[in-house]
Design a binder for this molecule. Structure first.
Ligand code: ATP
Ligand code: MG
Length: 443
């Protein structure tokens, strides 16, 4: 049974029990657009207690706000009682939301395109706020007075941008103006919620437009001032014929196609330290140290957006090494293999490719790295170690801090192609580290 069939089954069960029930919100919008919905939400006049009584398998995810998750063959569906208001994302939600009518529930939603209901029994869309017309006109428009709606919940401003760029829609004039006038107050929302919407803006299509909309509305300056600071940061034209650092960064975002979160933030932030590192040098401009400072700034920014530590670390690594690939042709073989053997290398090279395409278009270094990766293969780049700590112990060396230096030297020689077998490695170690002090336990 498809997700949609399961959701419809829930609606039908509620109806059989004498309740009103509909598919609601985002899934109705996506069905009308012919896009696969991410999830199916159900709105009903049944109370959480009613819903728990009707379905055998439920989870209470927030019955004080009217929401119960119903599980169908293990798949979760949120069933929410028609609400009169909130909860709002800035933590001002009432302790208990009041139950309302279908119409109340429609009017407390954020945008017209998100406020339609679908009745699968009569195959009928219930559209009290001209959502279908806005879908046709490709407009994100707040329900009611946009100033009031954003004052209730400032997260809606970021959601407007995320929806507009993801769907390729425009933001309706009065709604856009309301975002502009309240952008500075977005910081009243929990950063975690802002970070989640920014991540979706960067990863779900239209990332370039998303950042441009954030900029046009004034949200960028408040949420990501370091990115806004790239505007007008001029570069030397022969390296960067495309323009300033901001224009260059927008071009990278334009190349993204269903990126991971880390690649998306890597692209957004790879040159984030160019403004503070900028030094005019005669005819030219230099940005010494920007990858290193940029890595630190990326961690700080991603911490602010409450992204995971793993994401922050990977993005910082991408930013720190985004120019390293240009040294690949001059690297010793062992250094090259260690570089190509790094855990995130595929993502780093993709960033390098997009970075090159977004400036002078020279893919020479990128092609070199890909060619070497293919030529060397997994086994050469990340070989099984010839010796491990326990082998050194067996050879009679006392465990200690010198082990990692010894094993590192063996690995280096292995990557350089000087050592190919275990026997060679053993002989090499014995010859290089004959020091009796280190061989306390000689058998
Ligand atoms: P998707 O799931 O594709 O991201 P969605 O529209 O379903 O999009 P959700 O965050 O799942 O977005 O929210 C479900 C519905 O709840 C929305 O369609 C909207 O009607 C309503 N909603 C969500 N957040 C808010 C909010 N901050 N203010 C008012 N209504 C909201
Ligand atoms: Mg949804």
């Amino acid at each position: 049974m498809s997700q949609e069939d399961k959701a419809i089954q829930i609606v039908k069960r509620l109806r059989e029990a004498g309740h009103e029930a509909y598919l609601a919100g985002g899934c109705v919008r996506d069905r009308l657009l012919g896009r696969p919905p991410k999830d199916y939400d159900i709105a009903t006049d049944a109370t959480p207690r009613d819903t728990q009584g009707i379905f055998p398998d439920t989870v209470d995810v927030g019955s004080q706000f009217g929401s119960i998750v119903v599980l169908v063959d293990g798949d979760p569906f949120e069933v929410t009682t028609f609400r009169l208001d909130g909860p709002y994302s800035d933590g001002r939600h009432p302790v208990h939301v009041r139950h309302g009518t279908l119409e109340d529930d429609v009017r407390r939603r954020d945008f017209t395109i998100n406020a339609m209901m679908y009745d699968p029994v009569d195959d009928r869309v219930i559209d009290l706020v001209k959502g279908r017309e806005d879908l046709r006109r490709q407009l994100v428009r707040a329900i009611g007075d946009p100033h009031e709606r954003f004052a209730e919940d400032r997260l809606r401003m970021v959601r407007a941008v995320r929806l507009a760029c993801g769907l390729g829609f425009a933001i309706d004039g009065p709604t856009l103006r309301a975002v502009r006038s309240q952008a500075a107050a977005v910081t009243q929302v929990a950063w975690e919620r802002i970070g989640a919407e920014i991540t979706r803006t960067l990863t779900e299509g239209g990332a370039r437009r998303g950042v441009e909309l954030l900029d046009e509305t004034g949200l960028l300056e408040v949420i990501l001032p370091e990115v806004a600071a790239m505007k007008g940061c001029e570069q030397t034209p022969d390296y960067h014929p495309e323009g300033d650092v901001y224009v260059h960064t927008l071009l990278l975002l334009q190349h993204l196609d269903g990126p991971t979160e880390t690649l998306a933030y890597g692209c957004l932030l790879h040159d984030v330290a160019k403004p503070p590192c900028r030094q005019p040098a005669g005819e030219r401009v230099t940005f010494h140290g920007h990858p290193e400072l940029g890595a630190e700034m990326a961690v700080e920014i991603l911490r602010r957006l409450k992204r995971s530590r793993a994401v922050a670390e990977r993005v910082a690594w991408l930013v720190r090494y985004h120019l390293r690939y240009a040294q690949a042709p001059n690297m010793r073989l062992s250094t090259l293999k260690r570089f190509l053997g790094e855990e995130g290398i595929d993502e780093l090279l993709e960033l390098c490719r997009i970075d090159a395409l977004s400036s002078n278009g020279d893919l020479g270094y990128y092609d070199f790295c890909q060619r070497k990766l293919a030529e060397l293969g997994e086994e050469e780049v990340r070989p099984e170690p010839l010796l491990r700590g326990r082998d050194l112990i067996r050879l009679g060396y006392a465990p200690g801090p010198s082990f990692s230096a010894m094993l590192g030297a063996v690995e280096e020689a292995q990557l350089e192609g000087e050592l190919r077998t275990r026997e060679q490695a053993v002989a090499w170690v014995r010859e290089r580290y004959p020091d009796e002090d280190e061989r306390k336990h000689e058998p």
